[in-house]
Structure formats: C-alpha cells, structure tokens
Design a protein. Sequence first.
Length: 396
Amino acid sequence: MRALLLAALLPLSAMAADQALLERGQYLARAADCVACHSVEGGAEYAGGLPLQSPFGLIYGSNITPSKAHGIGNYSAEQFYQAVTQGKRADGSNLYPAMPYTSYRLLKRDDVDAIYAYLMSLAPVEKPSPVTQLSFPFNLRFGLSLWNSLYKDSIILPAVADNSATWQHGQYLVEALGHCGECHTPRNSFGALQADRHLQGGELLGYEAPSLQAKDLAARGWSQEDLATFLKHGISAQGSMFNEMYPVLHHSTQYLADKDHQAMATYLLGDVPPAIRKLAPVPLSQVDASGQRGRQHYLNLCAGCHGAQGEGVPHVAVAMRGNTTLSLPSGQNLLRVIDEGIAEQQFTGFERMQPMPGFRQQLDNGQLADLLSYLRQTWGGHGSLSAEQVSQLRRD
C-alpha cells in the first residue's frame, strides 16, 4: 500500500517541479526583457519582427517561439545556451550583437535552461522573421568572428567579495539579466561597448541613455528608495519612464519582486550611497536674459500641465522640480521631448500621464533655446543653451 501511494505521488511531484521551473523561466525571461526585442506591438509575444535600428542598418528581432520552421523549436538546451551567451546560432553561424550576448554571457547556466524550458512551453507561432538589412561588409556574418574575439568578453565586472549579498544580487540583475550596460554604455565605431566607460551613458535612437554610475545618479537626485520605486512603477519624484525605457517597465521591471528592485538600486548606488544632490529652484531674478524670455514660453506651452511653478499635476503631468531629464548636462533628451512630445503613458496601478504634444513647429531655434535655458537654469542646475547649440542638437 505504501509503495502504491509513493508511486502515485511521484508524478504529482514531477508535475509540481516542472511547473515551478516554467514559472521561474517566465520570471527570468521577464527580468531579461526578452519580449521587448522579440515582439512587435499588437503581435504575439516572442514571435519576432521588431525592427532594431543600428548605425549599420536594420536588424529584426527573431522568432523565439517553439516553431520548428521559424523559431527555436529545433534548438536543444545546449544550442539555446550557446545562442544566448555566445552569439552562436544552431547552425554555427554568428548572431549580430544586437542580441546582447556580450552581457548575457554572464548568465548562470541553470537560469538559461529555465528560460529555455519556459519558451519551449509556449505555443509555436509560425511567423518568419524579416530579413536583416545591413550594409556591406556588416552583412557578412563570418566577419563577426573577429569582432567577437576583440569585444565579446571585454566587459569585466568588479569583484564582489566586499559587497553585501543584496549588492551582489543586484549586480547580476543589472549586468547580466537586465543587460543595462548595453544601452547605458557608449559604443565605439565598430558598435562595441567601451569597457573603460562602463555605465557612463550611451545613446539610443537619438536619445541619451544617462549615466548609471553612482556619483551621477546622486548628482541627479536619486536615492535607493526612489530608484527602486522607479523600477517598480515607472514613475518617481524624478519623473517618468519614456522612450525606450517605457517598454522596459511594461515587459520587465514591473514584474520583478520588491527585493529585486532594491537589489538593483543597491548595486547602482552602492551599499553606502553617495550624498544626494538636492537642487533648490532658482528664482527668475537669477536667471539670465534667455531664461527670462523662456519663462513666457513655459507659461504659454507648459504651465497648464506642469504647473506655473513646476509643481506638476498628479496623474496628469510630472513635476519639473527634481526632474532628472532637466538635470542631464547635454539637454538632448529635454529638447527631443519638447520637440516630439510623449504619448500617453500608463504605469502600474492607477498611475498614468496624459499625452504631451510636440512643439517642433511652434518653436524656432531661438525660442526653444530660451525655453530650454529657463528650464535648465530654474530646475536643472545647468546654464543656457544658445540657438546655435539647439540647431546642432536638432540636426543630430
């Protein structure tokens, strides 16, 4: 009787173990933000087709559902591991480093195996990926062997022995699973991460991906608590996620546990964070002539949503006070947001921001320079921008 009972329980135990593996794989796939690059808006998740712009041409996110014709249905766990961490397809050819294997090479094997198990449990989507469109010689995959020998292993992480367990966990989430350095590290002319400038900020589709180094985060007013809140909800006292970070919230960070948000914040700011820079608003009397002219543009175009004194409106528009976009030195992101606007944003819970229109057609270079000067001097801790600088930023 006891043997029969044990035999009956074994399949249940195996089923529970399999279910736990799939749930862990789903969680890790979200932490790795796989769906963001391997899905198109309105399409099936992981079915590929998303166009990824690069300086060398157009690369498309591939189908990573279990389709045998178009996806990874014929991949073994070992072949999947080689693709994710080494940039090698099942046929032995090279993947383009738009697939962030330069960071994923730091993943633990059992984590990759869990992601593989989860992806293979999904329904296959029979959808071919569009053909990548790269210029010569970048369309020759064999040339990536030389690139890999030079750059694949270039990012070396600092030792963890003297840091807390929370810091060490955060390092794995930020550097490996979250692959934050792929956007927040500058690249050289060959598209490789500049290892000596790790997390010092990069550029993506004309926007600045800000520095994530502790001293720079603190200079922009970030605390561990605020950063963890930002990762969980997409919005904090420093502003809201937009542009390429907005999908990161929706596909990835909002699903992580609170302890993971805290670990990431601990890693980025350190076990002992640097002193936070708190900027007091600069009165209009201390703003230069350009900024004083810009005040009127602010009242005409911005104050209705962001408040006459930059206080913002909850669930409508973020505050200018303490806003991290205003505190970035270059002014590039601030200019693009004003020129192009931001679509309506829905964050976790009931939090949302209404759409912001773009004002490219309403503001010439001089007028925009004045508005930027007012914003940067009043709340950003930076000086004016000239019409010539604005013209150059618009061209860039």
